[in-house]
Design a protein around this ligand. Sequence first.
Ligand SMILES: *[C@@H]1O[C@H](CO)[C@@H](O)[C@H](O)[C@H]1NC(C)=O
Length: 379
Amino acid sequence: MFKLALVQALVGSALAGTVLWDGRFNEFTSSTDLNNWSWSNQVGPYQYYIHGTGAVTQYVNLSPSYKNPADTVSNQGVKISIDNTAYWNGQNMRRTELIPQTSAAINSGHVYYHFSVKRTGTNAPRSDLEHQVNFFESHFTELKYGLLSGASGTSDPTLKWCVSGSTKWSVTFDADVWHNVAYDIDFSANTVAFYHSTGSDPLVLTAGPFSASTSSNGADWHLGVLRLPMNSDLQSTDVEDWYFSGVYVESGSLNTQIGSGGTSTTTTASRTTTTSTTTRTTTPATTLTTVRTSTTTSPTTTARTTTTTSPTTSSRTTTTTTTTTRSTTTTTTTTTTTTASTGTQTKWGQCGGIGWTGPTACVEGSTCQVLNPYYYQCL
Ligand SMILES: *[C@@H]1O[C@H](CO)[C@@H](O)[C@H](O)[C@H]1NC(C)=O
C-alpha cells in the first residue's frame, strides 16, 4: 500500500508539467505585501486593484490555517472577504479579486489553472445571490455560487462550473470541504475542461472538454469573488469569507496531486521551472471588458436613477438606471457611456480609461495620469 502510494506520487510528480506562474503566497509575509504592487510599479505575483476602499487586511488575509492542509507545497492560503465597503470603481457589485502579474504565457497553448477553494460556517457566502468565482473577464470558464441571475427560486446552495454562462457541473457547497480544481484550457483548440477533487484526493476529469471562446490577455483571470447585487440590499452588513490555496498555472501535463503527494522534494523540484520567453504586447489597460451588464431578480418596488455628468466642456454622460417592477420582478442594471469628442480636459477631469471616448488631452499645467484601467485623470 505504502509502496503503491509512493510510486503514484513519484509518477505524478514526474509527469507534472511546468509551473508558468506561481500564486501560492509562499513569499508573502502578510497580505499587506500586495500593496507593493501598483500600476506604476508592477511587482510581485499579483496585481491588486479590484477591491473596496478599506485597507488590504479588510479584504485579503493570509494564514497557514487558510490553506488546504493536504497542500504541502503552499505555506499558507488566502482568505478573501467582501463586505459593504467592497465596491470598486463606483460599481454596485461587491468585489475582491487578485490578478496574476506575469509575462509568462498563461494565455496560450494548453494550460491548467490550479486552486483549492472552501468556505466555512462563519461568514458563509449568501446562497441567494450570484457569485462569480475565479473567473476570466469573458467567462469562458469559471466557478459560480448561489442563485444565478435570472434563475427561479430564492436560493441555490451549489457551487457550479460554468462555461460561458452554461452550468456544466455542480455540487452542494458544504462548509469546511476543500474543493480542488484545475481549469483545463486549450487556447489553441478552443476547449475547456474541469478537473476536481476534494480534500487530499488527486484531481480527476469531471466535466468536458467543451468548445469555448478561450481568450485572455494574460491579466484577466480573477482570483477571488464578485457578487452580483440585490438592488435593495447594497448596504447589507453581511460579510463573506472565501478561502483559496494552491494557486498556480501549469503547462505541459497536468499534476493531479494536491500538494507534494507525500514526497515534497521530488514534487517541489519538478515545479520549479518558471521562465517563459513569450511576451505579450497587450496591456490590461486596453483589453479589459468595457461595459458590464447584469440582470438580477428582486421582488422590490424601488426605482433609482443616477445621472453623473463629468466636468468637461464636451458632453460626456454616464447614466445608471435601475428599474424594478413587481409585475416582472426583474431588475436591469445597465451602464452606458455615450458621446464625447475632442477638446481639452480640465484639471481633475477624466482623460482616459476603458470605455472613455472623451478628451484625452489635458489643459496646460496638468497631465493625464492612469489611476486604474477605467479612469485616467488630469492631474
Ligand atoms: C514587498 O516589499 C517588501 C519591502 O521591500 C519586501 O520585503 C517583500 O518581500 C515584498 N513582498 C513580496 C511578496 O514581494
